[in-house]
Design a protein. Structure first.
Length: 339
């Protein structure tokens, strides 16, 4: 602890994150198995006095609190005491979002804009999230529970966007950049952008709608569709993850999602994915006649594209014995030839 105090007195950044795990000093203090809990608590108190942020998450999405409540705490004599010190306090803006209080969200945004001469919607952080991402997660949590999504969800997101929120950011770090585990970065993995998360939730909502699982699903679908459009209006772009979602939807015959991704999100139906295959090739190979029928009606569809093995959609259907698809593709070819 004496070393910590000396470093802080000489200007060490109390919330600096290491490059390996994204842990801050408060994370390290919580994880430490050295010394007594009494000294550990004293170290945590010292860090808090110098402004340690309990809401910062590391590259694994964990706060310091998580390491004394979900990890093996056998080396702690009093994990309850440590936990009581490490509970992050929810900032007012995030609390208002959590409660769905649109008026308070608007007032706080205006107040912080005036006081800080900057956008609270862009710069505020809690649990590694901006207010906008926090609001998206709140909405998606309710959608996953099949709860009726109220229009306040949409209005809160609109207020945040109007206040300067970044619609494309997947996550936020202390430096304001997207953060991820360096191992995930090497693998090309990481958090999905908000538009992709909305489309993933929409995929589930479409399924529930088809299965008549819940009377509120129609409302949920409508709100999610409108949010996706809103995100596009504010600069959200098509990502490889969304293109992959289209290919998966075609392979699984998810027609509503396929239509939405092409007609509303604006994904090119001819974009290539795994093994150089297009949406039409995935659907044709899998024998998904509904999706194939829709794709053939798309004005820009190109049935002659070949994948990495030199096969067209017609070739893929023939090789896999999808006779209905073969007939549909041949009829499409004949109709185009006659025109």
């Amino acid at each position: 602890m004496e070393a910590v105090e000396a470093l802080l007195q000489h200007g060490a950044h109390v919330n600096v994150q290491n490059n390996l795990t994204g842990a801050t000093p408060i994370h390290c203090a919580a994880q430490s198995n050295k010394g007594t809990d009494e000294r550990r608590v004293a170290c945590i108190d010292l860090l808090l006095q110098h402004g340690a942020d309990l809401a910062t998450v590391d590259y694994f999405g964990k706060t310091a609190l998580a390491y004394v409540t979900t990890e093996d705490t056998n080396h702690h004599q009093n994990p309850q005491l440590l936990a009581s010190k490490l509970h992050p306090q929810t900032p007012p803006l995030f609390a208002a979002i959590q409660e769905g209080n649109l008026q308070q969200v608007q007032e706080l945004l205006q107040q912080e804009e005036e006081e800080e001469d900057g956008s609270a919607a862009r710069t505020s952080l809690y649990l590694g999230q901006t207010p906008f991402l926090f609001a998206v997660h709140k909405l998606l949590d309710d959608a996953e529970k099949d709860e009726n999504l109220e229009q306040n969800h949409v209005r809160i997101l609109m207020a945040l966007l109007e206040a300067g929120a970044d619609v494309q950011s997947a996550s936020a770090s202390l430096g304001g950049n997207n953060h991820k585990n360096p191992m995930q970065a090497l693998e090309g993995d990481g958090p999905s952008p908000p538009l992709c998360r909305i489309c993933t939730a929409l995929q589930s909502a479409y399924k529930n709608q088809n299965n008549n699982n819940n009377g509120t699903t129609t409302t949920t679908v409508s709100i999610l569709e409108n949010l996706a459009k809103l995100f596009l209006e504010h600069g959200a772009v098509v990502t490889p993850e969304l293109e992959q979602m289209l290919h998966t939807a075609c392979r699984k015959n998810e027609l509503p999602l396929t239509k939405f991704l092409i007609e509303t999100i604006g994904i090119n139906p001819n974009v290539k994915g795994r093994q150089g295959m297009t949406a039409l090739q995935f659907a044709a190979r899998s024998g998904k006649i509904d999706v194939v029928g829709f794709l053939l009606q798309c004005p820009t569809i190109d049935v002659a594209i070949k994948d990495d093995r030199g096969q067209t959609a017609l070739d893929a259907a023939r090789v896999n014995g999808k006779t209905e698809i073969v007939a549909l593709l041949e009829q499409h070819g004949n109709n185009n030839h006659n025109e």
